[in-house]
Design a protein. Structure first.
Length: 115
């Protein structure tokens, strides 16, 4: 995924929400981010600082909460948290696993000043 495109979508969500709710300033944007999404969080904040200049979200802090990778084993139905560097079922050693959580990336909430 491309961090700049992602950052633009975050800013657009914030701007749209601000316009709809009479928000004068967005102070904080809370984001959920799957460990498996491959997004470089430092890049996202950096881009955000640049592209948010002059908007209602200028200077907003991005708070990114990481969601662990959760998988289910196709062999023995084990389900749980998996280390992204070691994708294998801890119960039966199968590598045939289904991703249940970990690719998420979404804006959860905004902290704002309102009119
Ligand atoms: Zn298994």
């Amino acid at each position: 995924m491309h961090e700049l495109a992602i950052t633009e979508s975050i800013l657009n969500i914030a701007k749209k929400a601000a316009a709809e709710h009479g928000v004068t300033r967005v102070k904080e944007i809370r984001i959920k981010l799957g460990e498996y999404s491959g997004i470089m969080t430092q890049c996202v904040q950096y881009y955000f600082d640049v592209i948010s200049r002059g908007t209602v979200a200028e200077g907003a802090v991005l708070k990114m909460e990481r969601l662990p990778i959760i998988m289910r084993c196709n062999q023995c139905s084990w389900e749980g948290v998996i280390d992204k560097h070691h994708i294998q079922c801890p119960a039966c050693s199968s590598v045939s696993l289904k991703l249940l959580q970990g690719r998420e990336f979404y804006v959860e909430s905004l902290e704002v000043d309102q009119e």
